[in-house]
Design a protein around this ligand. Structure first.
Ligand SMILES: [Zn+2]
Length: 207
């Protein structure tokens, strides 16, 4: 009798899970923390688990899109550079769109297989499959243009021939007077011309 009740219990608690997986796919928000010049994704393995993908696969994708290096450490992912949670969220969404959800039925119950050497997403729910391409996501970060009058946190990567510090952000080269290489600074954009931006120093951060 006890066994019966236990089994029933188990069966009942399982029902909403199964139902839920097809209806609403909720991926945990990335928990980010900056530590010096690195960004730590605290719940990285939780997210990879939820997506049912190899952490290494998701991590490689993030590194490529962020254009940085990093390492996995236990359940955390650590990347060089400071990134906002909105950027990381967008990239994870792009990953899901590309590598997780079925484009036919929209469900996340899929797996990746190679068909004739082409990485293919196969849906366990409806059987649809499509090749996975490495497109779109690369544009996400670059689509965030700088805005004149806005402030940004950047790192001075070098100093130009006229003595102005140079920072890089996405496609932009930003000139900042009064700084030295390696400074982490808050700047205000004064003028943007094409891919060039001219900024003033708001404050230097302590290292
Ligand atoms: Zn499907």
């Amino acid at each position: 009798m006890n066994d019966y009740l236990e089994n029933l219990d188990r069966a009942l608690t399982k029902i909403p899970e199964i139902k839920g997986s097809g209806e609403r796919f909720v991926v945990p928000e990335p928990k980010l923390m900056t530590e010096g010049k690195t960004t730590v994704l605290e719940n990285f393995s939780v997210i990879a688990d939820k997506l049912n993908r190899e952490p290494e696969h998701l991590f490689k994708f993030l590194l490529r899109e962020l254009g940085t290096a990093g390492k996995l450490e236990g359940s955390r992912a650590i990347v060089h550079g400071r990134f906002s949670s909105s950027v990381v969220s967008e990239l994870i969404d792009a990953y899901i769109k590309e590598y997780v959800t079925c484009s036919e039925c929209g469900r996340p119950d899929t797996h990746l297989i190679k068909v004739d050497r082409i990485l293919t997403l196969r849906c366990d729910a409806c059987g649809a499959h499509r090749p996975v391409t490495k497109r779109q996501a690369a544009s996400i970060i670059k689509e965030q243009p700088l805005t004149e009058g806005e402030t940004y946190d950047v790192m001075i990567v070098t100093v130009g021939s006229k003595g102005d510090g140079i920072a890089k952000k996405d496609k932009y080269t930003i000139y900042v007077p009064g700084v030295v290489k390696g400074d982490e600074v808050k700047i205000k954009i004064k003028k943007i011309t094409g891919n060039l931006a001219f900024a003033e120093l708001i404050e230097k951060k302590k290292k």
